[in-house]
Write a protein of this length. Structure first.
Length: 299
């Protein structure tokens, strides 16, 4: 059965902007966040406390957090890979972080500069210190459905790696199709594999990139299986600088259009959101990848 309500985890400000060759000004980023909150999105993944050498687009994380619009009911999780990132996030007064692991060795090396086994050693003190400080911690698992260097990973091993991330103390795990190659049958299979290692859909979220146009179908498969937190980015911004074949995330507008059609609550004002993405497309100098933005946004 489909859930009656879905939490949309908006990743545009982080996953979207980390992959833009144009580095936007702090003011434009803040305006983006303000508009997303005004459109009714309640979880805004704001930025990353990663190495500024690795992701220069988000080097202004501390300044951004200091200037965030405080809107009642709006959460601003940030990405944190290591203790250095946690120190910076704590100093900024962050209430919620996300660690990001890899289901494959190749991507762990490229994205985190360490191996699959070493990533747990890096995350362990981050999660234990964060949870003792009262922070909420989400885990991401990348390359769950396909990896550009290793092909399709085995669902049972993906589930095992994911369970280990959750066991560190994460309250939710988001399953990433980093390069956007998954198809709906794979989604069903992977959710079953997680169930077999004792992880139910209530602890899982889905994170689809739309490279092959399957993100919305994959999302529907996940909703049918009982998942009720879906990651997406306004206007379909996004990608990953360390996975060349990755393109934008599932567009939040496309997700909202489908949820409306299914009668599933989400709390987002679609017109306001489309206006935001049209505005952002102007800032970036190229049209939005979202079909719904194109259909509703005028030209
Ligand atoms: P490293 O180079 O091995 O780190 O990177 P290091 O510990 O050797 O440190 C090197 C330098 O970076 C040092 O500075 C550190 O202080 C500094 P130096 O002495 O040379 O001046 N440093 C930091 N500075 C600020 N904040 C920090 C930090 N850490 C080290 N947190 C590291 C290892 C993990 C840091 C690096 O690989 C990194 O930052 N990786 C992040 C890559 C990234 O952000 N990728 C995109 C996000 S993941 C994603 O998009 C996928 C997702 O969307 C889900 C999906 O789609 O599947 C989540
Ligand atoms: Mg992503």
């Amino acid at each position: 059965a489909l859930p009656s309500r879905v939490t949309i985890w908006e990743v545009g400000p982080r996953d979207g902007l980390q992959n833009e060759s144009t580095t936007l000004t702090l003011d434009v980023k803040l305006e983006f966040l303000r508009r997303l909150a005004a459109a009714g999105l309640s979880v805004l993944e704001a930025t990353s406390f990663v190495s500024p050498r690795w992701v220069p687009q988000l080097a202004d994380a501390a300044e951004l957090i200091a200037a965030l619009p405080q809107v009642p009911g709006v959460r601003y999780p940030v990405l944190v890979p290591n203790e250095r990132g946690l120190d910076r996030a704590l100093e900024a007064g962050i209430a919620e972080i996300a660690i990001f692991g890899s289901a494959t060795e190749s991507f762990a090396r490229r994205n985190l500069n360490c191996g699959m086994a070493e990533q747990f050693a890096m995350f362990e003190p981050v999660v234990s210190r964060a949870t003792s400080a009262g922070l909420r911690v989400r885990g991401y698992l990348s390359m769950c459905f396909g990896d550009p260097w290793e092909g399709t990973p085995d669902p049972a091993s993906v589930a095992e790696t994911g369970r280990r991330l959750l066991d560190l103390g994460c309250d939710q795990l988001s399953l990433g199709d980093t390069i956007g190659v998954a198809t709906p049958g794979q989604v069903e299979t992977l959710l079953k594999a997680f169930d077999e290692v004792g992880v139910g859909v209530d602890r899982l979220a889905v994170h689809f990139h739309d490279t092959f146009g399957q993100a919305l179908s994959n999302t529907l498969a996940a909703l049918r299986a009982g998942v009720s937190t879906v990651d997406s980015s306004a206007g379909g911004l996004g990608g990953c600088p360390y996975a060349e074949s990755a393109t934008g995330n599932l567009a939040t507008e496309d997700l909202v259009w489908m949820l409306d059609g299914l009668g599933i609550e989400h709390g987002v004002d679609l017109d306001e959101l489309v206006r935001t993405s049209v505005w952002m497309a102007r800032q970036l100098g190229r049209p939005s990848a979202s079909r719904v933005v194109t259909a509703l946004g005028g030209s």
